[in-house]
Design a protein. Sequence first.
Length: 443
Amino acid sequence: MAHRDDRGGSDDAVPAREVYVDAGQDLADAVVEIGAGPDERIVVNLGPQHPSTHGVLRLVLELDAERVVQARLGIGYLHTGIEKNCEFRNWTQAVMFVTRADYLMPVFNEVVYCLGVERLLGISDQVPERARVIRVMLMELNRISSHLVAIATGGMELGALTVMTYGFRDRELILDVFEAITGMRMNHGYVRPGGLAQDLPPETEAQVRDLLRVLPERLHDYEQLLDDNAVFRSRTVGVAYLDLTACMALGVTGPILRAAGLPHDLRKTQPYCGYEDYEFDVPTRDGCDAYDRYLVRVAEMRQSLRIVEQCLDRLRPGPVMVADKKIAWPAQLSLGPDGLGTSPEHIATIMGTSMESLIHHFRLVTEGFAVPAGQSYTAVESPRGELGCHLVSAGGTRPYRVHLRDPSFANLQAVAAMVEGGLLTDVVAALAGTDPVLGGVDR
C-alpha cells in the first residue's frame, strides 16, 4: 500500500515526496504506485492462466519498455492438500494421494514414498528383485514421457507446433504401456510399500521392446527439427542464463543443474532401487541456458532407453511383493475393464478356505499395517531434479506427517534470476526450460 508524505513548510521547503511500501498489494494498486514513480514502468500480469500446460502459475512482471525489471511469482492455485490428506489414510492408501502431486511423474512420486515407508518398516532389503527392476523400468519410461512433455510444451510456447504434436504423439506410446501394466495412463497407484500391486501382464515385454525400436528414431526427429534451427537457437541460446554458482545457491537440481556443468544425479551419487548395477551416463552441458537444458533432456532420454533395455534383460520370474502378509496389501490384484482391482479369484479363495485369512484380509484393508515410530528421508532423481519424501510415523497405521521436497518448487526460485534484466519474450523460454509442474509445487 502507498501513503503520501506531505511535509508543510515555507515556499523553499523540501517538496513533498511519495513513499511506497511493497506489502503484497493487489495488482491494480501496484500499477498505480509504480506508474506514479519517476521512471515509467509497465506491470504485466501473466496468469494465473499459464500460457503452457505446466500448470497454473501467476507472474507479475515489472517492465521498462520490453525489459524485465522485476519478476514476482505467485503460486498456490493448484493446492489440493495432498500432504495433509495422507494423515487421514493408512500407509498404503496414501500412495493414491502422493501419485497425484507432480502429475507428469507419478511413478517417481510413488517410488520415493514407498522407499521411505520401507525404510521405516526395515524391509528395504526384502523387496523382491523383480519388483526393483520393474520400478526402475517404469521410472525411466516415466522420465522419457515427462521430458517429451517438456520439449513439446516448450516448442509450443516458442511457436514450433510440429515439436508439440510430435512430443504428445510419442508420449502416447509410453502411456499405452502404462495403461496395459497398471490400468491407468496417469496416477497409477501401482508401486506399493513392499513391492508392486501386481506383476507385469504377459505382453508387456514385447510392448516395451517395440518402444525401444521406435523411440530412438523419434528422438532423432527432435534433433533434426531443433538442434540447428536458427529460430529456435535465437530464442534459447544465451537465454535464461543461470550459472552453477546460482544453481547451488538456489537449490536447483535436475537438467538445469546439469546444463550448468555439474554431473549431479542421485542415481549415481546415492543409488537406490539397484541403480548402481546399471550402466548409463549423466549428460552435462556448460552453456547454462535454455538451449543446453533442451539438449540435456534429449540426451537423458537416450540414457533412459539404455536403462530400460537393461531392465528387460534383468527380468527374472519371481514375486513382486514382500513375503510378509501383514504388509503385502493389496495383493493378488487383477486388471479388469474398470482398471486395477481386487482379484475375484483371491477373494473366493480366502472366503472359502479360511476364516482367519478372511479376518486378516479385512483388518489389513480397513486398518492397514502399523509402522514403527520414527522418521525417514528418501530421495530419487526425478525428471525435474531431486524429489524427496520426509515421513514421520507415530507408530500407528497412518502417517503422522508426509512432506514432499518437490524439485519444481525449488527450481521456480530461479525463474526471477533468469528473466530479470532480459526481454519479455525470454520469460516464456525461461519457463519452458525450467519445466515446472505446479501440481508438485502446490501439493
